[in-house]
Unconditional design. Structure first.
Length: 158
């Protein structure tokens, strides 16, 4: 099994979208690459912790490749928007791809470079090694499964 961490605005929709992909075996939402240990949602919402709302994705690479997951990720985000997606604004809603395996980092950077010319503006999605990840509170986990009509900026059919 492999893992990747994707920040694409509000984590509710990102988690639900990826949970539907064949080969994804687990998802978890949380807060990544900030400076506060084990932050609360309320702390992250202040925009002062440096954390991004992020979805942990565990996947079976024999069923789905990292490149396929990246292709799907870029269908649901606008990578040219800094610190916002949909109606959500703030550095906690920035887009990012956080990896734990250095060879994945190389693949991700090549992928982003390859698609850069498809956009009128520069891609501002972070590509960084994962520094830290803290699980979000239980009520955020599988939020859209628990609340099917809940807010979501992600097009689940993309």
């Amino acid at each position: 099994m492999k893992e990747i961490y994707l920040a694409g605005g509000c984590f509710w929709g990102v988690e639900e979208y990826f949970s539907r992909i064949n080969g994804v075996v687990d998802t978890q939402v949380g807060y990544a690459n900030g400076t506060v240990k084990n932050p609360s949602y309320e702390q992250v919402c202040t925009g002062t912790t440096g954390h991004a709302e992020t979805t942990y994705i565990k996947y079976d690479e024999t069923k789905v490749t990292l490149e396929t997951l990246l292709e799907r990720f870029f269908r649901i985000i606008d990578p040219t928007l800094l610190n916002r997606q949909g109606g959500d604004i703030g550095n906690q809603y920035r887009t990012g791809i956080y990896y734990t395996d250095e060879s994945d980092g190389e693949l991700i950077r090549k992928f982003v470079s390859k698609i850069d010319d498809k956009y009128d503006k520069p891609i501002v999605t972070e590509v960084k090694k994962l520094e830290c990840f803290y699980d979000a509170e239980e009520y955020h986990q599988d939020y859209l499964k628990k609340n099917p009509g809940g807010y979501c900026h992600v097009d689940m059919n993309a």
